[in-house]
Design a protein around this ligand. Structure first.
Ligand code: URA
Length: 213
């Protein structure tokens, strides 16, 4: 799909969240929908949990403290934020920044899947357990962070093979010295993954298991 067509398809998808009235209680308390930001033609998609206060205000994902930390980490590997695509599972801010409820994650999952189907990324970076567990419900982020996995996603029409990289969530790592360093260290393997993305042997050498679903 050409990038302009992808952008159009994403706009349609964004509108459908509103017209389908997904999570009306969250929508009623939120300022606006925070759908996603960046290059829809990128091979790399970052997925967080849900918008916070600053994201709710601006309509953009990861623009608060966790977002600044994410930008800093992107800079360490020479990746511009505008060169990747960033989104969340849940696209309205949960009140008082509470964790998204299982029902809220479930309600938004088809839209996240469609977002990935449109973008067709090669590398999906799950920021935190909520995002990682969308793909691998049993995954323990404390054990699997920084270990890339090759997954095949099944959509209604087609399938997409991606590499999933689970990472700690930047908000959790921000004020926790050892977790922060672990996240920075895990981030540093991203360029290697990008270089080797088409080589299943090499990209999975860090991985414990291969999952197909
Ligand atoms: N945390 C998230 O998970 N997403 C955001 O957009 C901001 C903070």
């Amino acid at each position: 799909m050409p990038s302009s067509t992808k952008a159009y398809a994403l706009e349609q998808l964004e509108q459908s969240i509103i017209s389908d009235k997904v999570c009306p209680e969250l929508a009623a308390e939120a300022t606006q929908l925070v759908f996603g930001d960046g290059d829809p033609n990128s091979d790399i998609v970052f997925i967080g949990e849900a918008p916070g206060k600053n994201e709710d205000k601006t309509g953009l994902p990861f623009v608060g403290a966790a977002g600044k930390f994410l930008d800093e980490m992107l800079a360490t590997i020479d990746l511009k934020r505008s060169a990747v695509y960033i989104t969340n599972i849940v696209k309205y801010r949960p009140p008082n920044n509470r964790d998204p409820l299982p029902a809220e994650k479930k309600a938004f999952l088809p839209y996240l899947q469609r977002q990935l189907e449109i973008i067709q990324p090669k590398l999906v970076i799950a920021l935190g357990r909520h995002a990682a567990n969308c793909f691998l419900p049993e995954l323990r982020i404390s054990e699997e962070h920084g270990k890339p996995k090759r997954l095949t996603l099944s959509f209604s029409q087609d399938r997409l093979t991606i590499v999933l990289l689970p990472l700690f969530h930047p908000a959790a790592a921000l004020y926790n010295g050892s977790m922060r360093q672990t996240l920075i260290d895990d981030f540093s393997i991203i360029p290697e993954i990008i270089n080797q993305i088409s080589n299943p042997e090499l990209v999975l050498r860090n991985s414990n298991y291969l999952t197909l679903f």
